[in-house]
Design a protein around this ligand. Sequence first.
Ligand code: FRU
Length: 325
Amino acid sequence: VEKEEPYVIAFSQCMMDDVWRQAMMLEMNIEASNYDNIRIVIADAKESNETQIKQIQQFIDQKVDVLIISPNQSDSITPIAVEAYRKGIPTIIVDRKIGSEEYTAYVGGDSYEIGRIAGEYASAFLPENATIAEVWGTKLSSPAQERHLGFINGLKKKNVNIKTVVGNWRREIAKKEVSQLEDFNDIDLVYAHNDVMALGAREAISERDSALVSKIIFLGVDAAFGKGAGLEAVANGLLNASFLYPSGGDQVIRVAMKILNKEQTDKKYILNTAVVEKNTARTLLLQSDQLINYQNRIEQQKRNIDMLFQKFSMLRHSLFLILSL
Ligand code: FRU
């Protein structure tokens, strides 16, 4: 019983050190546990376009069976992603987009729609002539642009004054940039393109004036599980609401499997969103705890099976040696 060589699914991830992306990895691993003929290889570009381009080039040279890319910045990563596709490697783009239709499939949430729903939601809390602090993700990434546009179009109030801050998707950067705003007193609402930046903004405001945070509405995006992520923050009341941006980790593996099995795939898999307020956040948190527990058990069982398999191979080998004496 020799094991067959598994298919290699390569994943070029723009960054790893982030709660939303850790949730994505967990979802990928859960889905991947269903198949024993694949191996997932991950390269972390650590938010560098150059590193990501090099890593994708290596995957092309290795002729991996499927390539998954979550691009750091859309324009910079487009040429190398297109090159992979043109060289015949099935290429799945996940989360952030590239500036071309030359890929096999795209998996991700609808950031424009998320922004629009957030804009509508925010309007219910806003007075006339309101002031909003909008904390941007990296300006050159598609979700930041779409979450901004959607939000502006979703706003139902006129004469809104928007203070723009760029947080590059990072809690610490958002905190620093918000703390450099001259005045917080007029801010009615903070809309951040992800939850960790909303938390950074909240921290900056609360450090200068702790009474102020209870008067400001804080909205984020992602609603991811895990320590320091959005679900926890909404459940604890640090954020008023978040808008679910599913990671697509499980879907991306299912699409990769379809490609490997030579089944037809769609061009786009657009994932749904939902408003997540306190009660929903609590329920989702409980569910995610269960999920993590199950996955730990599955992984333990897989390790047990692998060990059994190794023992069996060794036994077989010894038996063979004895018989050939
Ligand atoms: C994580 C992240 C998420 C966000 C997504 C956008 O790296 O910043 O918080 O929703 O990337 O691409």
